[in-house]
Every structure is written in structure tokens, then in C-alpha cells.
Design a binder for this molecule. Sequence first.
Ligand code: ADP
Ligand code: MG
Length: 234
Amino acid sequence: MAARGAPGPLIGAGRAADVYLIGADRVLRRYRTPFDVRAEAELMRHVGQAGYPVPVVYDADGPDLLMERLRGRDMLADLARRPWLARRHARTLAGLHDRLHQIVAPAGWPRAFGSGGTVLHLDLHPGNVMLTSRGPVVIDWSNAQSGPAGADVAMAYVIMASSEVDGLPLPVRPAVSAVRGAFVRQFLLAVRDDPGPHIARVARQRMTDPNVRPSEADWLARKAVEAERASEPS
Ligand SMILES: Nc1ncnc2c1ncn2[C@@H]1O[C@H](COP(=O)(O)OP(=O)(O)O)[C@@H](O)[C@H]1O
Ligand SMILES: [Mg+2]
């Protein structure tokens, strides 16, 4: 792809990829480690054709995904600026889960977490929802699989409950933790599928993610044990 050797200004960075502006209306998302984005691009086209809000994909080559530039901020950044919208944003996130889980995965798509053939994003949390003038749009599809819808809800729950947010000054941490608590509770109330049966397996899988930090992995391990104990017959 022509853009590969000359990415433009950096406009976004997550734990796995850097995102560069290409011209006015496109971005190049580049993984920092070797990765083939073709499957991710195919799935984005699949859900886009089913009417789900994703960026338009123009090209996929090795670690590079060329796609539509979304204008707006992500839901996590918006929560930091407007924490009073926590419940509303949580309902929006729940709606994005519910809508996604009505889409059947492409034939032969890799399965995760047992039976069920719906598309699972497996990283569908506020940091991967861009709030744009055409509504919320979901990014970062690299973990997508097919499986039971509740597993996606469980993954979102464990990510939201365990992830550390970088760069928070000590005095604001209690307030951030209260907003996060309200957000997670509202999300679980509003979302359709039950995460309960999937929490242990999902937490154990998340622990193996190289981007997860040791303190997050400790939380996930405790959660997995707690969920396993709760499901044992008494
Ligand atoms: N299509 C896009 N348009 C505009 N900004 C984007 C787009 N895709 C990603 N970004 C920005 O780049 C950041 C990182 O992208 P993301 O796909 O979430 O990568 P990571 O896997 O590293 O989290 C996002 O939080 C967002 O700010
Ligand atoms: Mg991301």
C-alpha cells in the first residue's frame, strides 16, 4: 500500500497499534508487532454490510489497515470530560453489544468460548467506541471471534472492571473509580446477554493477553477463581 512508507501525523495510539492521519479523511492503523490484518478487515466489512457502525475499510496489508477517519472522541475520553453522562454512555455501549450479537459470523470464522455463532468483538469497551456525528462507531476489531454473545459481555465486564487508566493524578482516583462503578453497573443492567456463565473462562483467557499488566492479571485471576467457586454445586 502506498501509504505504508510514509504515514502522516500520529493521531491515536492504543496498547497494540498506532494510528496515523492520511490526508484529510483516512487513517492508517499500524500494529507495532507483526500481524496480518486481513481477517480483521474482512470481519469489519462483514458487520458493516449487516448495518453495524464500523469505519469503512479501504485496504489491508500486513500490519496496516487503511480506513475511514472518524471525527470525534472516544467514549472513554468523553467520560473523563463529562462524567455525568456515565449511565447514558453505558446504555449506548450495551446497545452496541446487543446489536452486534444479532449478526451471524462468517462461515468458518474462528470460534471462542464454546457454542454460539454470533460475532464477538471481545474488546468492546468505551475506549473502542468513537462518538461521531453519525452516532457511535466501533473500532479495534483485532480480537473478534465467533461464539456465545454472553462471552463478549463478560469480556467487556472484566476489561472495564480490571483495566488501569494511565496518568490519573492521585486526588481524582476515587471519583474516577465511582464513575467506573456506575458505568459498569448500568452496562450490566442494560445489556441483554448474561455474562455470568462465561466470566471464569473469559478472565483466564484475558490473563494471557500480552498487553495485560501484572496487577490487572492478578485481578483477573481472583475473579476467575471467584466465578469458578460460585458455579460449583454446593
Ligand atoms: N478510524 C479511526 N479514525 C480516527 N481515529 C481512530 C480510528 N481508529 C482508531 N483511532 C484512534 O486511535 C486509537 C487507537 O486505535 P485502536 O484501534 O483502538 O488501537 P489499539 O488496539 O492500540 O487500542 C483510538 O483510541 C482512536 O483514538
Ligand atoms: Mg483500542
